[in-house]
Design a protein around this ligand. Structure first.
Ligand SMILES: Cc1ncc(COP(=O)(O)O)c(C=O)c1O
Length: 408
C-alpha cells in the first residue's frame, strides 16, 4: 500500500497554491504533510479510525491492489499518521518515513526487515541497552550473526567490514556516554561490504544531525524523546529511500503491526512544529551546563561532545550542530555520594527519559543500562559513578544554580 507514502514535502493547500521556491526546514516543520479535510481546519485533524469504507466493492478491490490511493486499514496507514510521516520526512530530507509505536519497534523493524538466518550485522558496541539486547540476544537466536566493534576505531570497522555484511547499525552520539561515530567513515566501509547503514539518531534529533547527508541509508528515531519532547507519548520512526521502505520495510511492518497510533501521531505532528526551537534551546543550555560542570571540584569527568576536551570533539564539530542536549558526568566519591547529589536537586527531576522539556537526571548503571552485564557496561564506560543529565528548556541560570547547590 502506498497511502502513507505520498511524496514528502509541502502539499497543496485547499486553494491549490504551492510555493515555487524551496522551503526552509523550519517552514517544512509547520507545513509539510498537511492534508486538510474538506472543512479547511487550521490544526491537523485527528482521524481516530481503524478502518475505511468504499463506495463500491470494486473500489475496495482497486484500493487493495493499489490502483487507487485509498486508505484501507490503520495498521497499514492512517491520514493523521501520514501527516506525521510526511512532515518528518521533509525535515530529515528522506524520501519516505514510516511511523511506529515506539523507538524500539522502529529499531527492531529497521534491522529485522533486512536480515535472514546466516546474514551478518556489524554494530558499534556503545548503545542504548534495549537496542543492544535486540542485536546481541534476539537476532542471534534466529541465526543472524552480530559483531560489535569500537565505534571510533577505523581499523576495527575496516577489519569487520572486509567480509560481506547485510546491515551496519550505529548509535551516534551514544546513550549515555556520548561517543560520536564518524558516519561518513563507517558508511564508506559499509557500502564496500554491501551493507545498509542504519543510524539511531535519537540523541542528536533531526535538528542537530542529518545522517542521510553523511552517507547513511536509514535513520531511526524514538519519537518519545525530542520529537514529542514533552513527556506525553511513545512513538518511533524509520526514514530511508523509497526502495528500502517499499521493498523491505513495508512488507515487514504490514504483517507484524508495530503501528503508530493516530492519537500519538497527532501529538507528534504538532510537536514537530516546535522541535527546532526546543532542541536548539536545549542544546544551548547543555553547552552552558557542560562548561559549568567542567569547573566543579566534585566532578571527575564531563562527557559532552560540545566540549573541546571530548575525545570525539572534531567529529562532532564536523557532523553535528552543537554538542547535543545530553551530558554525562562522573562525580568524585562512591555511588552514595552520587545519589546524594541527585537527591538534593530541586528543579531537575530524577527520571530515566531524555529529550524532554524538563531536565532529567538518571544513573544509567542502575536504570537504563541495568540490563547489560557489568562487563558490557565497563566496556561502554558506564561505571557506577556515571550520571546522565538530559538538559531541558528551563532557564539555564536555574539549572546551573540547582546543580551548584546540589554539588555544594
Ligand atoms: C538511543 C535510543 N534508541 C532507542 C530508544 C528506544 O525508544 P523507546 O523508548 O521509544 O522505545 C531509546 C530510549 O531510551 C534510546 O535512548
Amino acid at each position: 500500500m502506498t497511502h502513507n507514502h505520498r511524496p514528502w514535502g509541502y502539499q497543496q493547500n485547499s486553494e491549490g497554491v504551492t510555493p515555487d521556491w524551496e522551503l526552509h526546514p523550519d517552514t517544512q516543520a509547520i507545513r509539510a504533510g498537511l492534508a486538510r479535510s474538506g472543512f479547511g481546519e487550521t490544526g491537523e485533524a485527528l482521524y481516530l479510525t481503524s478502518g475505511y469504507t468504499y463506495e463500491s466493492a470494486e473500489q475496495a478491490v482497486h484500493s487493495f491492489t493499489d490502483e487507487i490511493d485509498h486508505f484501507v486499514y490503520s495498521r497499514f496507514a492512517n491520514p493523521t499518521v501520514a501527516m506525521f510521516e510526511n512532515r518528518l520526512a521533509a525535515l530529515e530530507g528522506a524520501e519516505y518515513c514510516v511511523g511506529t509505536g515506539s523507538g524500539m519497534s522502529a529499531m527492531f523493524a529497521s534491522v529485522a526487515c533486512l536480515v535472514e538466518a546466516g546474514d551478518r550485522i556489524v554494530a558499534s558496541a556503545a548503545m542504548f541497552s534495549s537496542c543492544y539486547v535486540v542485536l546481541a540476544e534476539i537476532l542471534p537466536k534466529w541465526g543472524v550473526q552480530v559483531e560489535f566493534v569500537r565505534g571510533n576505531n577505523p581499523d576495527d570497522w575496516e577489519r569487520a567490514l572486509s567480509q560481506k555484511t547485510k546491515v551496519v547499525f550505529i548509535e551516534t552520539p551514544s546513550n549515555p556516554m556520548l561517543e560520536v561515530i564518524d558516519i561518513a567513515m563507517v558508511s564508506s566501509f559499509a557500502h564496500a561490504a554491501g551493507a545498509t547503514v542504519i543510524v539511531d539518531n535519537v540523541m542528536a534529533s533531526p535538528i542537530l544531525q542529518k545522517p542521510l547527508q553523511l552517507g547513511a541509508d536509514v535513520v531511526m528515531y524514538s519519537a518519545t524523546k525530542h520529537i514529542d519532547g514533552q513527556g506525553r507519548v511513545l512513538g518511533g520512526a524509520i526514514l530511508g529511500s523509497s526502495k528500502y521502505i517499499t521493498e523491505s520495510l513495508n512488507p515487514f511492518i504490514r504483517h507484524t503491526g508495530p503501528t503508530l497510533s493516530a492519537f500519538n501521531a497527532w501529538v507528534l505532528v504538532k510537536s514537530l512544529e516546535t522541535l527546532s526551537m526546543r532542541v536548539n534551546r536545549m542544546n544551548e543550555n547543555a553547552q552552558q551546563i557542560a562548561e559549568f560542570l567542567s569547573n566543579q571540584s566534585k566532578i571527575k569527568t564531563v562527557n559532552y561532545p560540545g566540549l573541546a576536551s571530548h575525545p570525539d570533539y572534531a567529529i562532532s564539530q564536523r557532523q553535528m550542530i552543537g554538542g547535543g542536549t545530553t551530558i554525562s558526568f562522573e562525580a568524585k566519591g562512591d555511588v552514595s555520594d552520587l545519589f546524594e547529589i541527585m537527591d538534593r536537586l530541586k528543579v531537575i527531576d530524577i527520571s530515566n527519559n531524555l529529550g524532554d522539556s524538563k531536565s532529567l537526571i538518571t544513573h544509567p548503571a542502575s536504570t537504563t543500562h541495568r540490563r547489560l552485564t557489568p562487563e558490557m557496561r565497563a566496556e561502554m564506560g558506564i561505571t557506577d559513578s556515571v550520571v546522565r543529565l538530559s538538559v531541558g528548556l528551563e532557564h539555564s541560570s536555574d539549572l546551573i544554580r540547582d546543580l551548584d547547590q546540589a554539588l555544594t
